[in-house]
Design a protein around this ligand. Structure first.
Ligand SMILES: C[S@@+](CC[C@H](N)C(=O)[O-])C[C@H]1O[C@@H](n2cnc3c(N)ncnc32)[C@H](O)[C@@H]1O
Length: 254
C-alpha cells in the first residue's frame, strides 16, 4: 500500500509520444535536410515536454483538490463528481463532508490517465482517510446513470475540454438534469488565455475555451455563474442551477 496519494499524470502517453515524434523528426531534419529547421523542431519538441512537466508540477498531483475557500459545504450534501479519474476532486470534496457522500463516475480511460481505475481511486481515498464518504463507479458523463434531481452538488474537473462541442453541451445538460433545483455545479477547466499558452502543451492548448466562452456555454445550458476563481491557469466556475426552459416554450411565455 502506498503512503501518499497520487492523482495521475493527465494525457501522459499522448504528450510523450507526440513530443518524441517531433524531436525525432527534428533530429532527422537536422541530419538530412536543414540544420536550422532541425534545431527549431527539436526545440519545439523539448518545449512541449517542458510545458507538460510544468503544468503537472503546478497541479500538485500528490494532493487532493482544496475547496474550502470556494465551496461552503454544510457537510451533509450528496455530491456527484463527473469524470472523477483517480479522485482528486471527489476526495477534496469528501474532506469537507460529515454525513454527506461523494459518488465519482468515470469511464476510466487509460489514455487520459495511465493506470486509471476505480481501485486506484479507492486506494487514494483510503490514504486520505475518506474511504467511508466516497463511492467510485463506472458511468459516462454523456448519459449519467442517476435519476433527475438527485444531487446537491455536481463537480467536474478537467473532463469537458477533451470532449467535442456537441458532447460538452450533452454532458452539461446531463449534469443539469441530475442536480436538485437550486443545486450547485463546480466546473474546473484549464483556460485558453496567455498564461495557459505557457502552461499547457500546444497539443492541447488549441482546443481549450476561454473564460468568456465557458461562461456563455454554462449560461446556455441553464447555469448561473455566481462565483469565479482562477489559479495556475485553471478556471473554477461556481454555478447555480436555473430552470432550463425550452426555447419554443420560452418564446410562448413572452
Ligand atoms: C484529465 S482526467 C481528470 C480526472 C479528475 N477529474 C481530476 O481532476 O483529477 C479526465 C477524466 O475524465 C474521464 N472521462 C473522459 N471522458 C469521459 C466520459 N465521457 N464520461 C466519464 N468520464 C470521462 C477520463 O477517463 C479521465 O479519468
Amino acid at each position: 500500500m502506498r503512503h501518499k496519494p497520487h492523482y495521475g499524470y493527465y494525457a501522459l502517453p499522448v504528450v510523450c509520444s507526440l513530443s518524441e515524434a517531433v524531436i525525432a523528426l527534428g533530429i532527422l531534419t537536422y541530419l538530412l535536410i536543414s540544420k536550422l529547421l532541425g534545431m527549431l523542431l527539436t526545440a519545439f519538441g523539448a518545449y512541449t515536454l517542458a510545458a507538460y512537466a510544468l503544468s503537472m508540477l503546478l497541479l500538485h498531483q500528490d494532493r487532493a483538490a482544496e475547496f474550502s475557500d470556494i465551496l461552503e459545504l454544510k457537510g451533509d450534501e450528496l455530491v456527484l463528481d463527473a469524470g472523477c479519474g483517480l479522485g482528486k476532486v471527489a476526495i477534496g470534496v469528501a474532506k469537507n463532508l460529515k454525513s454527506g457522500r461523494v459518488v465519482g463516475i468515470d469511464i476510466w480511460d487509460r489514455r487520459e490517465i495511465p493506470g486509471n481505475s476505480p481501485e486506484k481511486a479507492y486506494e487514494n481515498a483510503e490514504i486520505e482517510g475518506v474511504a467511508d464518504r466516497v463511492e467510485f463507479r463506472y458511468g459516462n458523463v454523456l448519459a449519467i446513470p442517476f435519476p433527475d434531481e438527485t444531487f446537491d452538488l455536481v463537480t467536474c474537473g478537467s473532463v469537458l475540454n477533451n470532449l467535442s462541442d456537441e458532447e460538452k453541451v450533452k454532458a452539461l445538460r446531463e449534469m443539469h438534469r441530475v442536480l436538485k433545483p437550486g443545486g450547485r455545479f463546480l466546473l474546473i477547466e484549464p483556460l485558453r488565455n496567455l498564461r495557459g499558452l505557457f502552461l499547457f502543451t500546444p497539443f492541447g492548448f488549441w482546443k481549450l475555451l476561454s473564460r468568456r466562452e465557458w461562461e456563455k456555454l454554462l449560461k446556455e445550458q441553464g447555469f448561473a455563474v455566481v462565483d469565479y476563481h482562477c489559479c495556475d491557469g485553471m478556471g473554477f466556475f461556481v454555478c447555480e442551477k436555473l430552470s432550463l426552459i425550452a426555447p419554443q416554450k420560452e418564446a410562448r411565455l413572452l
